[in-house]
Write a protein that binds this ligand. Structure first.
Ligand SMILES: Nc1ncnc2c1ncn2[C@@H]1O[C@H](COP(=O)(O)OP(=O)(O)O)[C@@H](O)[C@H]1O
Ligand SMILES: [Mg+2]
Length: 338
């Protein structure tokens, strides 16, 4: 501690170019920018801060944490050495070291990253999520109603999602399954496609008290009619592409109070049953009958200034720096316990 101010280590993974996954570059490079934004916000609070990049060496990372001895780690790692599956292990390191850190614990990160398993937990708690199957072969036809969307079960940031991920029939399904299998392996998550509006709800907790922030909606109205209404990888990351430009988020969403309340209550409940703390973002779709479905819970969402979480903070009248102040205080209060 420096005059009562915690030394904050902002930990993030450095993008290592990988020719086999060149399209991952944009989502990964963003992590570095995000780390700088958070670092500057923490410095502006008057806290001493150190940027701690994580590369491919675990021992190098451990050594750096032991050298810096941060009072609090702001954990922004979304993978380790380019592997999304190891995202949760990084949080596990702080837990073993008993270092206080912001964001979610290993167990929730790992659970939410397995979309199918997280959906089972949501369903067991009575929360709605689209019917889905884990498919173990491209020749399998899961007992789902078409259209069906195929996605990797353990990725995020719309990785692997293209307009062709939405299958209208068995032939389309085989193509969609094969494309995910070739890139991410089996099994593939096949899910009933919910044609309708898409919402995101950011959740923020002060200690054990979680609150849902204003709802955000994707405006699909400008999207050409022949395009499925989804946030594909291109729509999420290629800022100059038509798909990106024609799927802008709107926050706060223009929705009736009863839909807003249902979304926010579901988001809070999902946050709770998946064992989340500090912050997370919940993705929803609503079908034509007004039924809501949780697509997934993101316990480590993009917290860059220009991304959805910060937009929701702004809509709630919460300064970005004040958000980090609160998260750092949460971490300090836990005193290394996770
Ligand atoms: N069952 C579904 N029905 C409709 N759209 C979906 C469905 N699943 C995914 N999508 C679309 O694909 C996008 C990414 O899917 P999501 O499950 O949120 O995974 P990711 O972790 O990649 O964000 C969503 O934002 C949505 O546009
Ligand atoms: Mg999502």
């Amino acid at each position: 501690m420096n005059n009562g101010k915690p030394l904050v280590g902002v930990v993030y993974e450095v993008y290592i170019p990988n020719p086999k996954a060149a399209d991952k570059e944009l989502s990964e490079e963003t992590v570095e920018e995000m780390a700088r934004e958070v670092y500057e916000a923490v410095l502006a609070l008057g806290y001493p801060a150190v940027l701690i990049p994580v590369k491919d060496s675990f021992l190098g990372f451990l050594r750096r944490i032991q050298e810096v001895k941060p009072d609090v780690v702001v954990n922004l790692c979304e993978s380790f050495d380019g592997t999304t599956r190891l995202e949760s292990n990084v949080a596990g390191v702080y837990e073993l070291l008993r270092v206080s850190f912001t964001g979610n614990v290993m167990r929730s990160l790992s659970l939410c990253q397995d979309k199918f398993r997280a959906k089972a937990v949501l369903s067991a708690h009575g929360l709605p999520t689209p019917p889905a199957c884990l498919v173990h072969s491209v020749d399998e036809v899961p007992p789902l109603k078409f259209p069906v969307i195929c996605k990797p079960n353990g990725e995020d940031a719309s990785m692997g999602i293209t307009p062709r991920s939405v299958a209208r029939d068995e032939a389309g399904l085989r193509t969609a399954l094969a494309s995910i299998r070739d890139r991410f392996g089996l099994p593939v998550l096949a899910e009933e496609f919910i044609d309708g509006r898409e919402f995101n709800v950011a959740v923020m907790a002060e200690g054990a008290e979680a609150r849902a922030l204003p709802v955000s909606e994707i405006d699909f109205s400008a999207l050409p009619k022949d395009q499925p209404r989804i946030i594909s990888y291109e729509a999420k990351w290629f800022e100059t592409s038509e798909l990106y430009i024609k799927t802008p988020p709107v926050c706060p969403a223009d929705i009736e109070d009863d839909i807003r309340l249902r979304l926010q209550n579901h988001a809070l409940e999902a946050f709770r049953v998946l064992g989340c703390r500090d912050y997370a973002r919940v993705d929803f779709r609503m079908d034509k009958k007004g039924r809501l479905f949780i697509l997934e819970v993101n316990p480590n969402p993009d917290v860059s200034l220009n991304a959805g979480y910060a937009r929701a903070l702004k809509a709630a009248g919460i300064e970005y720096g004040d958000f980090w102040k609160l998260m750092i205080r949460n971490a300090q209060n836990r005193n290394g316990k996770s």
